[in-house]
Design a binder for this molecule. Structure first.
Ligand code: FAD
Length: 520
């Protein structure tokens, strides 16, 4: 590192302590990569340990003309935190991860931005509580601050929808070094409990990808954990029938999580049966059911079913259903079965396994070592069929090229209550791994095969992703984790675009907060 840059790293260490600054080349490289790509290596990774240190870091960045790229768990895949300049500091939140206060009586928890969803849930579980949105599947690594800046779905999304809906207040350090509390805690009222105390400033900062400031803490609504949980699954050959069922369940808020997948690909993904992994998964299903009789019934059911159901239909649909008590649970299951009259019920292994271990140590590749890259569009129910038809046509046209490069596309779906259907094609292709993938490969996959560098296939995948982003936009899709992949600032009506830029200029006049993200 040139001397002036070494001085910068040293001055930073003087400010927030040696333990808060890393500048070895390997770490800098890793922190400048995500699942998708590599950005420019920053000058340093800074890990502030308090809101005050975050303020000092912003002031330091202003003084030295540096840009700040906040990175939570680094589990997004839209180049959302990748530096676009070498005069950059990546902000890491691993030392700002405490749970500050839990108020069971008022129904909220205040947690620092770097806390993972798994750690938050583990702290709330003994109190019989959880947050209303309680994490993405990547929540073993993904942070509360990262997910709420990105925009996330999954656990609780069948009821509450997108992650922002569960937030009461953010604590934010803006690009001027000001500390803002976005809920009623930012006024004379003092408590974070009322998000709707005047205009919704919390909503303004939710899902902003860190463009409008750096979140140091979040207050989320809590609720009692459900008394009863079960899963129910169906198979369908008919895309339209599948969507109708998903919509009917979503609009009645009958399930807490709803996912579906293209069974063709699920067959390939399942691969040869791995008895040991299956036994472990079944053990967890048993434990999760909480009582021995139910555990044995569930384990026997899941074991008998195995993976055979995958040989049957075009799509499989999976619902995690919760009830206040057994009657409530049964009533919801009955209602879903009635709505699913045209679909075949199949073993509920997927929803039960999902709940048995919600935050597993997930790989960021296919388990067979192939690279993976998901993209998604969120569609209003009335838009889904049109996109599906055009996408099917696109896939048919691309089939020879994809096959020539051994590229596989899997389709996944998730319900976002109150919004519509999240349609997620995932690309898999043989390619060399980056430092990011190597470091994030779980130990249980240490012996996974490696593939040689494959720029040709990678080029086809990246072009295909760009084409699908356009196709989704033409069908009026919206997105979470907009990052640097999906169109945003440039796609606004004129007045709204001007407002957005004025807000950015007010909270970040030097443009140091994640410059370039959201097109800002
Ligand atoms: C295997 C796998 C499974 C996944 N499952 C899901 C899923 O179920 N649902 C889902 O929605 N997504 C999922 N994702 C995508 C991703 O993990 C989530 O969107 C997750 O919420 C990102 O959180 P993070 O802490 O890793 O954020 P990061 O990726 O680190 O950052 C995301 C964005 O937030 C900004 N940011 C981070 N921290 C802060 C902060 N404190 N203040 C301001 N800005 C900040 C970053 O600059 C970036 O723009 C998955 C990804 C993988 C690889």
């Amino acid at each position: 590192m040139p001397e002036a840059e070494t001085d910068l790293a040293q001055s930073l260490a003087d400010l927030i302590g040696d333990a808060g600054v890393t500048s070895d080349a390997e770490t800098l490289g890793f922190f400048a990569q995500d699942v998708m790509a590599a950005g420019i290596a920053p000058l340093a990774v800074a890990s502030p340990a308090s809101t005050d240190q975050m303020v000092q870091l912003v002031n330091f960045a202003r003084q030295h003309g540096l840009a700040l790229f906040p990175r939570g768990g680094g589990m997004s895949y839209t180049r959302a935190f990748l530096p676009e300049t070498s005069r950059a500091i990546v902000v890491d939140f691993s030392r700002l991860a405490a749970i500050r206060a839990i108020s069971a009586e008022d129904g909220h928890v205040t947690v620092e931005a770097g806390c993972t969803w798994a750690a938050l849930d583990a702290a709330l579980a003994p109190l019989g509580l959880r947050t209303r949105f309680w994490g993405p599947m990547s929540g073993g690594t993904a942070t509360v601050g990262g997910s709420l800046s990105n925009g996330s779905v999954t656990f609780g999304s069948g009821q509450v929808g997108a992650s922002a809906n569960a937030v009461k207040s953010f604590e934010i350090v803006t690009g001027t070094g000001a500390v803002i509390h976005s809920g009623s805690d930012g006024t004379g009222a003092g408590q974070p409990g009322n998000r709707s105390h005047g205009p919704d400033l919390t909503g303004l900062f939710a899902h902003d990808c860190g463009a409008l400031g750096i979140k140091t803490a979040v207050t989320l609504e809590t609720e009692p954990r459900p008394g009863q949980v079960d899963g129910i699954s169906f198979a369908s050959d008919d895309f339209a029938a599948m969507c109708t069922l998903l919509r009917e369940v979503a609009q009645r808020r009958l399930a807490s999580e709803v996912i579906a997948m293209d069974a063709d690909v699920a067959r390939q993904m399942a691969g040869p049966a791995n008895i040991w992994a299956d036994v472990q998964a079944l053990g967890r299903i048993g434990l999760a059911s909480g009582n021995l009789v139910t555990a044995m019934r569930r384990m026997a059911g899941a074991a008998l079913a195995g993976r055979r159901f995958l040989d049957r239909a075009a799509f499989t649909l999976h619902f995690v259903v919760e009830g206040r008590d057994r009657d409530d649970l049964r009533s919801r299951l009955r209602a879903i079965r009635r709505l699913a009259a045209g679909c075949a019920e199949i073993p509920n292994t997927v929803p039960l396994a999902t709940r048995a271990q919600p935050f597993p140590d997930l790989p960021v590749t296919h388990p067979d070592g192939r690279r993976m890259l998901p993209l998604h569009g969120v569609f209003a129910w009335s838009q889904v069929a049109g996109f599906h038809a055009d996408y099917a046509q696109w896939k048919a046209g691309m089939a020879p090229v994809l096959a020539a490069h051994h590229i596989v596309v899997a389709d996944f779906f998730a319900v976002v209550a109150g919004v519509g259907l999240l349609y997620e094609p995932v690309f898999y292709w043989p390619d060399a791994l980056m430092a990011y993938h190597e470091r994030r490969t779980p130990t249980w996959l240490a012996g996974m095969p490696r593939h040689p560098d494959n720029p040709a296939a990678r080029g086809v995948v990246f072009d295909a992703v760009a084409a699908l982003v356009d196709l989704m936009a033409s069908h009026r899709a919206s997105q979470f984790q907009i990052g640097r992949l999906y169109p945003y600032a440039g796609a606004h009506e004129a007045g709204r675009g001007a407002l957005l830029r004025a807000i950015k200029a007010a909270v970040d006049p030097d443009g140091l907060c994640n410059p370039g993200v959201l097109g800002l």
